[in-house]
Design a protein around this ligand. Structure first.
Ligand code: NAD
Length: 455
């Protein structure tokens, strides 16, 4: 029987090739070079897949990917060092340490919305941690997927770092194989399929999933700054097709109209009077996602709640930034993750109620609050469970490599970014070294009455 890809790579991994710092550093430097030399190709691929504006491609994918490589290169030697820990009296005399070791052969399955960053970022950590790695980019972003298949073999060690392109069939075949870790980014439905497949081999998983990310907007804010930040975090992130884009706003009934007015002004400034023609707004990734989003707005009761936007262009696969107020709570818009340009506003009597509202749903990947009120900030930070929290901005927490990025509950398992990506692909091996002294007789049978007196 032909060896599987995982077996092939395990053969390479077992030669010890990926373990030395030099190999890891060489690969990471090659990735930096690839990003620098092929920046235009990467931008073009992202434009082909999503009509992603160049500025967004650079700010949200290319520069972050390069930053992750450089951060790993800087930290690598320190991260690889064993941690000396105190010896216990029970093992006297001895030395104890925790030795970071690569897990082995890992699989990265990536999503389409940030198809460059979401693929390369975990791969960087897998390499930094000394693993062999297979990347399966998303078939929903075909230009970026084929760019990876072309570029990675040109730049990195192809005996230990591979790209497999494909959709369900190819991914299912990969999932049948035994990996030492599977890192999956995408929706929770497929996340469950990945986890079930991994369970057959007792393979650990990191699942980077999504959810409905709420934004609480208090009236005690700098409204203009808040609305710019919300708008760029929603529509300036792939036109809402981002896992940490605001899914919905909660504000008070008294403040909603002022908020909508401000959103209207900012949207015209950002995208003009006809946003469907704006070059600064990504399109919907494909016809099937377009259809999914368009049908959310076809619901008559939902459509009646549109206060801004609502225009769609099937040919261009574009949907304008759309704001709704108090859409029916049981509509699909309000029950599932939107992952598109619609931003519903939920109104409450008192802003404090918003915490209870959020806690009544699944734990989101990110939750946001805009307020100058310190007590409300504290209440939010203490009482909301989410992958990450951000006060007075949106999405930017992901740019700090010192913060772990990942979900909790329905929004995911495990985290990465910065050193957390290295840790994600590392086994922290406990190592204890003893000499031959320090014999404690009570440990050995026969357990005589004298020995038992110590109990
Ligand atoms: P997708 O369609 O690209 O699917 C993700 C991956 O799963 C792809 O590589 C695909 O080939 C694979 N896949 C699809 N069907 C499969 C099957 N039946 N068996 C095995 N593999 C299969 O992406 P998506 O799921 O549409 O991505 C959007 C979702 O991902 C949203 O929920 C979003 O919030 C979430 N997301 C999370 C993060 C994060 O970092 N937490 C980032 C981006 C997106």
């Amino acid at each position: 029987m032909a060896a599987t890809l995982a077996q092939d790579l395990r053969g390479s991994f077992r030669t010890g090739r990926t373990r030395p710092a030099e190999w890891r550093t060489t690969q990471l430097k090659a990735l930096v070079r690839m990003i620098e030399e092929k920046e235009d190709d990467i931008s073009d691929a992202l434009h082909a897949d999503l009509a992603k504006p160049r500025m967004e491609s650079y700010l949200h994918e290319i520069s972050l990917a390069k930053g992750a490589c450089v951060f790993a290169l800087k930290g690598l030697k320190t991260w690889m060092k064993p941690d000396k820990v105190p010896a216990a009296i029970t093992t006297f005399p001895s030395t104890a340490q925790i030795l970071p070791e690569p897990l082995g052969v890992v699989l990265v399955i990536s999503a389409w919305n940030y198809p460059f960053l979401l693929s390369i970022d975990p791969v960087i950590g897998a390499i930094a941690a000394g693993n062999a790695v297979v990347l399966k980019p998303s078939e929903v972003a075909p230009a970026t997927s084929s760019l990876f298949a072309k570029l990675l073999p040109e730049y990195v060690d192809n005996s230990c770092i591979k790209v497999v392109e494909g959709g369900v069939t190819e991914t299912t075949a990969l999932l049948d194989q035994k990996w030492d870790k599977i890192f999956y980014t995408g929706n929770g439905h497929i996340g469950r399929i990945v986890m079930a497949a991994a369970a057959k081999h007792l393979t650990p998983v990191a699942l980077e999933l999504g959810g409905k990310c709420p934004v609480i907007v208090d009236s005690n804010i700098d409204l203009h700054v808040a609305v710019k930040r919300i708008a760029v975090g929603k529509w300036g992130c792939n036109n809402g097709q981002a896992c940490i884009a605001p899914d919905y706003i909660i504000t008070t009934k008294a403040f909603a109209a002022e908020l909508v007015e401000s959103l209207k002004r900012v949207l015209v400034r950002f995208y003009g009077e006809d946003p469907l023609q704006s070059e600064d707004l990504s399109r919907i990734v494909n016809a099937s996602h377009f259809h999914r989003l368009a049908t959310l707005l076809e619901d008559k009761e939902v459509a009646a709640k549109i206060v801004l936007g609502g225009q769609i262009d099937q040919k261009l696969l574009k949907i304008a930034p759309t704001v709704l107020v108090d859409a029916p709570p049981d509509s699909r818009l309000m029950t599932g993750e939107i992952f598109g340009p619609m931003l519903p506003i939920v109104t409450v009597e008192n802003i404090e109620e918003s915490i209870e509202h959020i806690n009544a749903g699944a734990k989101p990947l990110a939750a946001y609050l805009f307020t100058k009120n310190k007590r409300l900030q504290e209440d939010f930070v203490t009482n909301i469970s989410a992958g990450g929290l951000l006060v007075n901005d949106v999405a930017l927490h992901l740019t700090n490599p010192h913060l772990p990025f990942g979900g909790v509950g329905d929004s995911g398992i495990g985290s990465y970014h910065g050193k957390f990506t290295f840790d994600c692909f590392t086994h922290r091996k406990a190592v204890l070294i003893r000499g031959f002294g320090g014999e404690a007789n009570a440990r050995y049978p026969p357990y005589t009455p004298e020995k038992q007196r110590i109990l």
